[in-house]
Design a protein around this ligand. Structure first.
Ligand code: N01
Length: 542
């Protein structure tokens, strides 16, 4: 029986009242539901897909895998769950992560309170009643005291409005909404548009199948080899013996991810020394590469040392010097999200792969038979759009969310999102956003960030119940001060200096604001803790 059937059977007509409505059944929504039920609250989750897993449900493209080590990209709220689940690889592939999400849903019997195949169209706050009215695509309305958005940071995919996009006669795919059935590119001529993380993971896999693969690159990206490997039983045992220690070390790191970080300046060491450190980190693989020195994301001249090393590796790997130069990025390394790959650069040595530079002259149009660029017609049997997401705010602005005085969230955030702690926004009482804009979210290991937010929200609701409060809303002054702080710390980092999705640059018309909080996970957690210790300082409680 589906969650919807169950609700319809167990509820009286017009009595669809809940303590908490949660939107989204990814890792955030699932844990939120678990906590709410554990507190004895009546909670319901709405999920657009027909299964749990969020980003790992939708992103099924070939080569999709995590770029945070799986033993850390996992829940820590339940010690038995930690012990019973065994990851097979250093960076587990998407099917295994989705299996884990399903395991969690089954283990905690979550599905009975999740309504699948249901997209939320609007969430309207009724001031008189002090409750939220959440309306589904089917037109059903559910009332709740609290409305929690667990809609994900990278869940609303971005499809640029290429001229003629509907005229292509073959199949088209978007990496962010990949079909559930296996896509077979064998013997086909395939075009891939984009060279971000999703493209960098999928291109080597598509190239193995396709007769011809043509990649359209607007901005070359830095990517570090994953050096993925099967986990040995001894390694798994050692992790399980000290999971608590691992989690504790991770919680003290800026990204909530336990990787080796060196605080020394690269400018203080010799060229030989830095080259050998970069080489060692390249061989180890993954995003820890950027932890080689403390100032890589602070000073352009320091950053250049790391960038030059990666470019030297591209030139060493790619046989054709012209292609190698095209693949060499010209911006700050780590400014756009650093990618992690398996055989990305060497894929361009394959005779069936070509790279087209669309950085100076954009793609003209999509035609019925392929892609036209500079009056050259590239003929394809299939096109893959690896063009990313309307990040951080896209999923929220797709829902008509209205707070006090009918104010629309989309309109409030017209000039960029305004939040207190990335969790709440003034004028929208009893509404929370898990890993919302203005929180560390995408700059951290998402799992601990999700758990920290879910725990904050749960503790807050518990505090309200215990102290007779029915309404919580952040003060405007707290929100403005938080916004200033988010901007202030962003300005210190080189990360805010390029046209990335962190600043909304990939979506035409989106305000250019550095959206996540870059002050680091420990500092953020400390701030949340101090808000709580000071009886929800910065919030009005009624
Ligand atoms: O999206 P992206 P993504 N014409 O925005 C190009 C996470 N993730 O899905 O850079 C031509 O990075 C665009 O070009 P440009 C991770 O956080 C994690 O790859 O804007 N090209 C770019 O090359 C990641 O950062 C994992 O100039 C156009 C590409 O499309 C985030 O998701 C795996 C274009 C989009 O790249 C997003 O990654 C995958 C146009 N009109 C993703 N419009 C892991 O955990 C856009 N592009 C491993």
């Amino acid at each position: 029986m589906s969650g919807k059937d169950q609700i319809e059977k167990s509820s009286q007509p017009n009595s669809l009242n809940f303590d908490v409505v949660i939107v989204g059944a990814g890792f955030a929504g699932m844990y939120m539901l678990h906590r709410m039920r554990g507190m004895g609250l009546k909670a319901i989750v709405f999920e657009a897909g027909d299964g749990v897993g969020g980003t790992w449900y939708w992103n099924r493209y070939p080569g999709a895998r995590c770029d945070v080590e799986s033993v850390q990209y996992s829940y820590q709220f339940d010690k038995e769950l930690e012990q019973e689940w065994t990851w097979s690889e250093k960076y587990s592939p998407q099917p295994e992560i989705l299996k884990y999400a399903n395991h969690v849903a089954d283990r905690f019997n979550l599905r009975k309170d999740i309504v699948f195949n249901t997209r939320i169209e609007s969430a309207i706050y009724n001031e008189e009643k002090g409750e939220w009215g959440v309306v589904t695509g089917a037109g059903d309305t559910y009332q709740s005291d609290f409305c929690i958005f667990a809609t994900g940071c990278l869940s609303s995919f971005n499809l640029p409005s290429f001229e003629g996009i509907d005229s292509f006669v073959g199949p088209t795919y978007h990496t962010g909404e990949w079909p559930h059935e296996k896509v077979n590119f064998k013997g086909l001529r395939v075009g891939v548009i984009g060279t971000g993380s999703s493209a960098i993971q999928s291109i080597p896999e598509i190239a193995k199948q396709a007769k011809q693969l043509t990649v359209f690159q607007r901005t070359a990206n830095y990517t570090i080899p994953a050096k993925n490997a099967k986990l040995t039983p001894d390694y798994v045992k050692s992790i399980k013996q000290d999971y608590a220690g691992l989690r504790d070390r991770a919680s003290k790191k800026p990204a909530g991810y336990d990787i080796p970080l060196n605080s020394q300046s690269v400018l203080e060491v010799s060229q030989d020394e830095s080259t050998s450190e970069f080489k060692a980190r390249w061989e180890k693989g993954g995003t820890q590469f950027l932890g080689a020195y403390g100032d890589l994301l602070l000073k352009p001249e320091a950053n250049e040392k790391a960038a030059e090393f990666v470019k030297s590796m591209i030139r060493e790997t790619v046989n054709d010097p012209q292609v190698a130069e095209l693949l060499c990025p010209t911006n700050i390394i780590g400014c756009k999200r650093l990618c992690v790959d398996t055989d990305y650069y060497s894929t361009y040595n394959r005779p069936n792969v070509e790279l087209i530079d669309v950085s100076k002259i954009p793609i003209d149009r999509i035609t019925s038979s392929g892609v036209s660029h500079q009056e050259v017609d590239y003929q394809f049997d299939a096109i893959v759009f690896a063009t990313g997401f309307d990040a951080m705010t896209g999923a929220l602005s797709n829902i008509d969310i209205r707070g006090k005085n009918g104010q629309s969230l989309k309109e409030k955030w017209d000039g960029g999102p305004q939040t207190f702690l990335g969790l709440t926004t003034h004028g929208f009482p009893n509404m929370f956003t898990i890993t919302g804009p203005g929180s560390p979210s995408v700059l951290t290991n998402m799992l601990p960030s999700i758990e920290q937010h879910v725990n904050f929200i749960s503790d807050c609701i518990l505090y309200m119940k215990e102290n007779g409060h029915s309404k919580i809303e952040p003060d405007l002054s707290a929100e403005l001060n938080w916004g200033l702080h988010v901007n202030e710390v962003a300005d210190v980092s080189l990360r805010s200096t390029c046209a990335s999705w962190y600043v909304g640059a990939n979506v035409p018309g989106k305000p250019r604001v550095f959206t996540p909080y870059i002050g680091g996970f420990p500092r953020y957690v400390e701030r949340c803790k101090s808000v709580v210790d000071n009886e929800y300082e910065g919030f009005s409680l009624i």
